[in-house]
Write a protein that binds this ligand. Structure first.
Ligand SMILES: Cc1cc2nc3c(=O)[nH]c(=O)nc-3n(C[C@H](O)[C@H](O)[C@H](O)COP(=O)(O)OP(=O)(O)OC[C@H]3O[C@@H](n4cnc5c(N)ncnc54)[C@H](O)[C@@H]3O)c2cc1C
Length: 288
């Protein structure tokens, strides 16, 4: 099917994009277009106007701010997240995560801002950004607000981004601790059936100072597995029994039920994946 006809504006700046969004009810941002175009063709979205933000240079920058945080422009592509040396040095888990996304064509066009705003419950960035405790900056012509990623994602394909509002930056606190990212999918380029992003700061004597574990591919979006984190934080690696801890800590999780796998299957895969990934992270460190 062809999309319903729409107007098109190529934005020259953030301000220009925001003004066009405000002036045109029913308008929508187009970033890489990788998720949007199929939605337009299926007529699931019928925008009156597409505001193209591909030619706004200020949305493509990556910087370190004075608070030792990465400030990543919304239009930074998955390819850039893999290649950018500031991101790789200061949040290497994010670069590794981007390597798992789709195929090379999609990584070249798709953007971090587009992926977050799409809020696909199986998207690869979301568990990682939950573990990194990232925030996003949302702007309108009148206002600017910072929202923690866990608040932004309201559910599957649902965010706090309002009409006339645009995601302009992703803020990621620098975090170079050991990490592992695991994704299980039918084929390499597919969305995850189960996924885990885990980070851990472990002392040389084996004490777990801080561990963060998040998962994707749940009915209601990504989750931090805080019950498991609480069980692990402060313990010594030698006294951790993951086989005992992972079952109860994942009991309330509700995996997606679709043609790629039912919830019981996905939960079984997820539990095995968490046990293995966290065990390897705590005992061997990085390996992703
Ligand atoms: C075949 C296929 C396989 C894929 N596999 C994976 C995968 O394995 N893992 C994975 O994580 N992803 C996967 N994706 C999704 C891919 O990563 C997309 O690039 C991404 O989800 C959307 O990014 P985009 O820049 O293309 O956004 P677009 O498609 O342009 O936009 C997506 C949505 O976000 C809105 N939007 C975009 N940017 C902004 C902004 N700055 N402010 C406000 N709203 C905005 C748009 O209006 C639209 O509603 C796949 C996609 C396809 C088509």
């Amino acid at each position: 099917m062809y999309p319903k006809p729409f107007e098109y504006t190529r934005a020259e700046s953030v301000e220009h994009a925001l003004q066009v969004l405000k002036a045109n009810e029913g308008s929508r941002v187009i970033a890489g277009g990788q998720s949007l175009l199929p939605m337009l063709k299926a007529r699931l979205y019928q925008p009156t106007m597409l505001v193209d933000i591909n030619y706004v240079p200020e949305l493509r920058t990556v910087e370190l701010n004075d608070s030792n945080e990465l400030v990543i422009g919304a239009m930074v592509t998955h390819f850039d997240v893999i290649e950018n040396s500031l991101i790789r040095e200061n949040a290497p888990i994010l670069s590794t995560t981007a390597e798992h996304i789709a195929d090379v064509q999609i990584r070249n066009r798709g953007t971090i801002g587009g992926s977050i705003c799409e809020a696909d419950p199986s998207a690869d960035y979301l568990p990682t950004l939950f573990a990194l405790e990232a925030r996003v900056v949302l702007k309108t012509t009148e206002s600017s607000r910072e929202v923690p990623i866990e608040e932004l994602i309201q559910g599957p394909f649902e965010t706090l981004v309002e009409d006339g509002e645009m995601l302009v930056q992703v803020i990621v606190p620098v975090n170079r601790v050991n990490y592992r990212v695991e994704k299980y999918a039918r084929r390499k380029a597919d969305f995850a059936i189960a996924s885990v992003a885990a980070m851990a700061d472990v002392s040389s004597d084996g004490k777990i100072n801080e561990v963060r574990i998040a998962t994707g591919a749940m009915q209601d979006g990504p989750h931090r597995i805080r019950d498991l984190e609480k069980e692990l934080n402060g313990r010594n690696v030698s006294e951790v029994d993951l086989d005992r801890l992972v079952g109860p800590a994942t009991e309330s999780l509700d995996p997606i039920d679709d043609l790629h796998g039912g919830p019981e299957y996905r939960k079984t895969v997820l539990r095995a994946m968490i046990s293995r990934t966290v065990h390897e992270l705590l005992t061997q460190g990085d390996g992703a």
